[in-house]
Design a protein around this ligand. Structure first.
Ligand code: SF4
Ligand code: SF4
Length: 359
């Protein structure tokens, strides 16, 4: 195997390639690497860099790649990176589900972009209201279309992704889906308490998205140790650099016990963020008035994590300034799967920002 450049030594990379743990993904019975590669961030770097990142993940033993037709260039970059290795990887993607035509169109585009003639796991993307969930089962509707694609072998396994605990629980107990993709990190403990027992009971494959809570958890070791503590959860962190992949793989292969200090650190982060925390899913956007909602929503965290000079000029200042355009219409709150009081939080965070500036 050709070894790549990166921060780890050649022998260490080789050792990891040989050793990377695998797990069974619920009733799909797929043998997946103990960590997957999430496809949102690879839209950000140049195409060559992104392709190199995906290849690096593959070369280090990751065989599970998750993307969506809705993630811009992600599918085509993954398709290019993994060309020639189709039988060695498990491709999971997601698509639109508002109508049978949307299911068909999404699926066709995914096949083209991923350069394949079958999808291992096709997921209804972000079904986060019960009304939307119920509409999947309308006669001649999205579910029937997906099942037809499954019966002709275009889809091997059918899954669903959601940000709503209510919808996810319904989906799991329905036994209509082989996988569920849901945010899973130590800031959302209700998932482990309420959803995981159902997932186990129904033997549904659990793909844990956002192990870093959309960047709210700054320490990779804390985030990964928490998710890896659950044997039935396949963590699917988004990555955009080779170094990130190496760090994550080292954590997968390392000890996963949390020390008392780490437990205390997790608790302190939970307390700091409280229940009013933005998961950075971006579903509230775009704002019709151009407010950069998701950045303003994490202003206090930005002040905690970033150097002051980065927060007092350039793009961050523009993002904060966009908050002045908010007319309090509430459209964003209707789209937030976590029912966050966005208008109130924007006001609070703008105030926080101006106080931080003058301190
Ligand atoms: S409430 Fe403000 S941020 Fe939300 S959609 Fe309306 S204008 Fe945009
Ligand atoms: S405000 Fe809600 S919808 Fe918007 S990014 Fe945060 S959690 Fe997601």
């Amino acid at each position: 195997m050709k070894m790549r450049e990166g921060s780890l030594s050649t022998w260490m990379l080789h050792w990891m390639c040989l050793q990377l743990k695998t797990m069974r993904l619920g009733k799909t019975k797929l043998d997946v690497s103990r960590v997957g590669c999430g496809g949102i961030p690879i839209q950000r770097p140049s195409e060559n860099t992104a392709i190199g990142v995906v290849k690096h993940a593959f070369n280090l033993g990751i065989n599970f790649f998750d993307t969506s037709v809705g993630y811009g260039t992600s599918e085509s970059r993954i398709g290019k990176a993994l060309e020639g290795h189709r039988e060695e990887v498990i491709l999971a993607t997601k698509g639109g589900w508002r109508s049978r035509e949307m299911v068909k169109g999404s699926l066709e585009m995914s096949l083209r972009q991923l350069k394949t003639d079958y999808i291992d796991i096709w997921q209804f993307h972000n079904v986060s209201s019960l009304e939307g969930y119920n509409s999947l089962f309308e006669p001649d509707g999205p579910m029937e279309t997906a099942l037809m694609a499954k019966s002709d072998g275009t889809i091997l396994h059918l899954g669903i992704s959601s940000h709503s605990l209510e919808v996810a629980s319904e989906a799991v107990v329905s036994d209509q889906f082989e996988t569920i993709q849901f945010p899973f990190n130590f800031l959302c403990q209700d998932v482990a308490q309420h959803l995981l027992p159902l997932v186990k009971q129904h033997d549904v494959g659990f793909i844990g998205m956002k192990p870093f809570a959309g960047g709210m958890i700054p320490k990779a070791s804390l985030a990964m140790k928490y998710v890896l503590g659950y044997d039935d959860v396949l963590p699917d962190p988004g990555v955009e650099s080779k170094e990130q992949i190496e760090e994550i793989i080292a954590l997968v292969e390392g000890p996963s016990d949390l020390s008392p200090d780490e437990e205390a650190e997790m608790e302190s982060l939970r307390t700091d963020l409280g229940t009013k925390f933005c998961r950075q899913c971006g579903y509230c956007q775009p704002c019709p008035n151009g407010v950069n909602i998701s950045l303003i929503m994490i202003a206090p965290i930005m002040w905690k994590l970033w150097p002051r000079e980065n927060l007092t000029s350039g793009w961050y200042t523009s993002a904060i300034k966009s908050g002045d355009l908010c007319v309090q219409c509430g459209e964003c709150e209707d789209k937030c799967p976590y029912q966050l009081p966005i208008r109130e939080m924007i006001k609070e965070n703008l105030l926080f920002h101006s106080r931080a500036l003058s301190s």
